[in-house]
Design a protein around this ligand. Structure first.
Ligand code: ADP
Length: 397
């Protein structure tokens, strides 16, 4: 069964075509700069053959139309007709309190996703456009919504609610939701596939990319995560500040003469690695500036590494210990330096990295802890698309 996976953003759509249940990727690519002059679409087939076109793509619907015609282009050798497409799986960022698992999309579900727009104003509208564009292109095709928030529904209420007046929770659902759920779930399931029951009961997953979050997973269920009501909370990230003293917000607003839009821009776009280093939001850029002696870049890295370490300690308390720590996301998968610096000093808690193993690991699955060590430390590249394909396959079959 061939399933198209879509991750629709405001000006881009990432996609993969996955054959299920074999999980073989038979095509993938990206539609970029939708609505802009230099919009483009890139598609690769399983053999690596690539088609890259600059086109006029005014909206998501036109983007999907072009995508489907490239997927069925005989020269691309991906599929020969749209009849081969059995279903579409969508990454939907926010499922609010209503969606605790993936669902087949119908009118009620669309209303539910729309009602979560106020919780994710930057993401859900774009996700909805992806669903609508597909319905327009292939009316009646089965579409499944897979939510970033769903995996964290198992977090107990007392850990999810903020100590604000309870009415705000009751009226607006103001609570921790958590994000990156599909990634945290994928890597924890993968650990179980690789290691079986050996040290997979208490897992801490560290998804470190431009956005980043940690999750504490007990017997396959998320019991804590670092992002909260919004994806700004938790770790310091590329451009987001992560968790700060809420009392600082009115102070900044007053002294910097910022309204709420200005505050939102400051905490989401101008903070994190970018805000501290003044150089870049990209870990590699900040790291190379630090290597050349830039003190602000060094400070930004120290802050980032410490932040992740702090959450690992916190989640050991939540879980009552830890069996396995998993690194994933662009930084977690590729940076031996980040993994080493984050875990430095945790030897007393039984957490040790084998430097020789660690230095060799970039973007591959590997155990980087010494043999016979108490806590397993490993790297597992994430695969959110395959997780979406699995849920879609289960639901439509
Ligand atoms: P997103 O959250 O946008 O999906 P990614 O998971 O792709 O982000 O992660 C992007 C981050 O990963 C960037 O900060 C980038 O510098 C970092 N990164 C990618 N490759 C490497 C590498 N080889 N070494 C260190 N950091 C890396």
């Amino acid at each position: 069964m061939k399933i198209l996976i879509l991750n629709s953003g405001s000006s881009s759509i990432k996609f993969q075509l996955i054959d299920m249940p074999s999980e073989e990727v038979i095509g993938k690519g990206l539609i970029e700069k939708i609505g802009l002059k230099d919009a483009s679409i890139t598609v690769k087939n399983a053999k690596g053959k690539k088609s890259s076109l600059q086109l006029n793509i005014p909206n998501h619907a036109k983007g999907i139309e072009f995508l489907l015609s490239i997927l069925t282009d005989v020269n691309m050798e991906i599929i020969s007709s749209l009849d081969e497409l059995s279903a579409v799986g969508h990454r939907i960022v926010h499922g609010g309190q209503a969606f605790a698992k993936s669902v087949l999309i119908n009118e009620d579900v669309m209303h539910g996703i729309e009602s979560c727009i106020e919780l994710a104003p930057l993401h859900n509208p774009a996700n909805i456009k992806g669903v609508q564009a597909m319905e327009l292109a292939i009316p009646g095709i089965s579409q499944v919504a897979v939510f970033d928030t769903a995996f964290h529904h198992s977090i107990p209420e007392h850990r999810a609610i903020y100590a604000l007046p309870i009415d705000l929770y009751k009226k607006y659902g103001l609570r921790k939701y958590g994000f990156h759920g599909t990634s945290h779930q994928y890597v924890s399931l993968r650990a179980k596939e690789i290691y079986g029951d050996d040290k997979t009961s208490k897992i801490i997953t560290c998804h470190l990319g431009n956005g980043g979050s940690l999750s504490a997973i007990q017997d396959g269920k998320s019991i804590e995560t670092s992002m909260g009501f919004s994806p700004t909370d938790g770790l310091m990230m590329g451009t987001r500040c992560g968790s700060i003293d809420p009392g600082a917000i009115p102070f900044i607003a007053e002294h910097e003469h910022l309204d709420m839009a200005g505050i939102s821009e400051l905490i989401n776009k101008k903070s994190g690695l970018q805000g501290i280093s003044g150089i870049s939001s990209d870990y590699r850029d900040v790291s190379s500036a630090a290597d050349k002696g830039n003190n602000d870049a060094k400070l930004a890295l120290e802050m980032f590494h410490y932040d992740v370490k702090k959450y690992i300690g916190t989640y050991m308390a939540s879980l009552g210990g830890v069996d396995t720590i998993i690194f994933t996301g662009g930084i977690g998968e590729n940076s031996a330096q980040a993994r080493r610096e984050i875990l430095k000093g945790l030897e007393g808690l039984g957490i040790v990295v084998d430097d020789e193993k660690n230095d060799k690991v970039m973007g591959i699955e590997a155990d980087i802890s010494p043999d016979n060590n108490g806590v397993r430390v490993c790297v597992i590249p994430t695969n959110e698309e395959v997780m979406i394909a699995r849920d879609t396959f289960d639901i439509v079959s």
